[in-house]
Design a protein around this ligand. Sequence first.
Ligand code: NAD
Ligand code: DAU
Length: 376
Amino acid sequence: MNVMITGGAGFIGSHLVRLFVNKYPDSRIINVDKLTYAGNLANLSDIEDRPNYTFVKADICDYDEMLRIMKEHDIDGVIHLAAESHVDRSILDPFTFARTNVMGTLSLLQAAKVCWESKPEGYEGKLFYHISTDEVYGALELTDPEGVESPFATTASSSEHHLAFGTEFFLESTKYNPHSPYSASKASSDHFVRAYHDTYGMPTLVTNCSNNYGPYQFPEKLIPLFINNIRHGKPLPVYGKGENVRDWLFVEDHARAIDLIFHKGKPGDTYNIGGFNEWKNIDLIKVIIKTVDRLLGNPEGASEHLITFVTDRKGHDMRYAIDSRKLQRELGWEPSLQFEEGIEKTVRWYLDNQEWMDRITSGDYRDYYEKMYAGR
Ligand code: NAD
Ligand code: DAU
């Protein structure tokens, strides 16, 4: 197969590209990425010379270019991750989110439609797989602020606690109710994908995943930002009271789920992906502090004084909690890493890859494309 992965130079995309390039040597993997501030080709330096891998620098909003790439590489499947992904940025600059997430997705869909409808086999053997988020479902209430035993703990849940902070979970049938400009733009793109399925018969899939953590995440997001700040003795800005709850999944387990769904999912369907691993931000932050201090050889709790409560994020969603039992039941997906193991691996990775981090914080990573790819 010829598979086009958009946003492959970002956090989740780079893990997915690596998985596909390694696992499917007979497939061709075309990574299409504009290299915005969030795109970093250094995330893929270990596989960039593989014969089954091609990088194309392009903007998904450029319809003509998307059509050209799809035709040139005879694309059979699209896995679409390219997006503006940071909620705080969406609050400051919603237009960029509407442009990339809505218009970009529409331009890709239309390019896929025109390309595939021009083939004798039409949509046979083709798939447009759109990666979405649990944030489109809105926010759940904290009905159990101290947390109760989770009814559905999985292998990704923490061994320390199996807590659920409410009785409700997002199901595939939960009505969309996005609150931030980011989640509104993702919801809109999900609707377009389903519209192409229902109107034109395009084989599509949508998955909605919870918060990912792991190596190569851009350090504007909570976990890498805080690991780096602890290392440098800088304040840890906790929004509000730190009581918001997120459900955390190790990024490689998300990539494995995408692989499974891409190959075995039912076209037209939706799957939720999550680990039943809920954490209050403040408790998660304490785990991170403890892990970083231990690995740096600092006394326990040495960095707790860095916690700084700051003004809350506008419209800050209180709780996300994904019910992923459909994916477990229908396709047999199981997360591979328990939370403590995943956090240990993640913190170690950031501490061992300080150069990767420094090149981002200094802005140097943006030269990578020029040095490695320009003129090739
Ligand atoms: P990211 O911000 O790390 O990476 C996004 C990538 O998309 C970057 O490489 C960027 O250069 C590229 N991109 C942005 N605009 C583009 C454009 N116009 N044309 C081409 N490329 C463009 O994002 P991420 O955290 O890896 O998220 C990937 C996808 O997964 C997103 O669609 C996001 O909504 C979704 N998602 C993320 C999470 C999470 O926890 N990070 C959870 C669920 C779903
Ligand atoms: O739920 C899936 C979503 O998870 C994805 O769709 C998004 O792309 C991804 O960015 C993530 O969104 P969040 O807003 O949950 O992630 P973030 O890392 O920005 O924040 C996690 C929580 O920590 C959130 O409740 C806000 C809080 N926070 C975040 C930052 C950056 C802080 O308290 N301080 C901070 O400095």
